[in-house]
Design a protein around this ligand. Structure first.
Ligand code: NAD
Length: 272
């Protein structure tokens, strides 16, 4: 989608951090912006600061009806949606051996179902109009995995896989897809994930795992601008840091080595 001016963007998790960075970059590109977040006060503050082209909307991405209501609000106000950024996310650091099932549920509900709900609510009208772009926020933790963020990485690997499949499914139908895989970004992710955890999914357990030091990360505004560049250029992977190259290479090489080992031991095998 080369020309963004006058088009409409919906950004979940837009009240803070990366989502706020995307919202501000979209507005700077001339887009009208819906700042969707479970934290309405902060969404309102961002929208007010952006100005008349922005609308705050309370949404819980873990709830399909809530995401559909946000879509209806966006349609009623702006008449269409061209860019959807499924960005809201939470992180609870826990080793799998210590994790409570509620720690899994909380992260799956927001990080994975949040993306699924966005696609379910917004993709049909994009396909109908033959125009649109969806950006799903995964993480570098969606390309490489390790403790103590195994639960989080499980959801983010799923978002990468979902996005790859969606790209192949809709590429010929006028809808672009990108997956955002940031390294450390300076946001309130760790504190906010605990602050807004629903009571029913609050395991109350202090897993004692060191949280990633997001304060040492890059600015969310820089990430927002990189997202706009990728949307304009219709690029799939949006990588914000290049310092994970070695680990990604190690992971990919171990898969290729397993393929070679298979061939060496069992010979060539094909079949789908
Ligand atoms: N900060 C990093 O280093 C980093 C790195 C890689 C990926 N990410 C991902 O970036 C995305 C944004 O996170 P951030 O780092 O900007 O954190 P953040 O906490 O600053 O922003 C996330 C926003 O999502 C909102 N949110 C959480 N649950 C929600 C729900 N159920 N419905 C609607 N809104 C909800 C929060 O209120 C918050 O405003 C997340 O998906 C996160 O996993 C962050």
């Amino acid at each position: 989608m080369q020309d963004l001016a006058g088009k409409v963007a919906v950004i979940t998790g837009g009240a803070s951090g990366i989502g706020e960075g995307i919202a501000r970059a979209a507005a700077a590109a001339g887009m009208k912006v819906v700042v969707g977040d479970i934290d309405l006060d902060d969404a309102q503050a961002v929208a007010t600061d952006i100005g008349e082209s922005a609308l705050a909307c309370e949404v819980d991405v873990s709830n399909l009806a809530s995401v559909e209501a946000m879509r209806d609000t966006a349609m009623a106000r702006f008449g269409g949606v061209h860019l959807l950024c499924n960005n809201a996310g939470v992180l609870i650091g826990a080793l799998m051996q210590d994790a409570d099932i509620r720690d899994w549920e909380y992260q799956i509900n927001v990080n994975l179902y949040g993306v699924i709900h966005g696609i379910s609510a917004f993709l049909p009208s994009m396909l109908e109009s033959g125009e649109g772009h969806i950006v799903n926020t995964a993480s570098m933790g969606g390309l490489i995995a390790g403790p103590p963020e195994g639960l989080y990485s499980t959801t983010k690997f799923a978002v990468v896989g979902l996005s790859e499949a969606l790209l192949l499914e809709v590429a010929e139908q006028g809808v672009g897809v990108s997956v955002l895989c940031p390294g450390l970004v300076d946001t309130r992710l760790v504190a906010q994930s605990l602050a807004i955890r629903p009571v029913a999914l609050d395991s109350g357990v202090d897993h004692g795992q060191p949280a990633p030091d997001t304060a040492s990360g890059i600015s969310p505004l820089v990430v927002g601008e990189q997202v706009m560049d990728a949307v304009r250029e219709n690029r799939f992977y949006i990588i914000t840091h290049d310092d994970y190259r070695e680990i990604i290479e190690m992971r990919h090489n171990s898969i290729l080595e397993a393929l070679d080992q298979h061939t060496a031991r069992y010979g060539s095998t094909s079949g789908r």
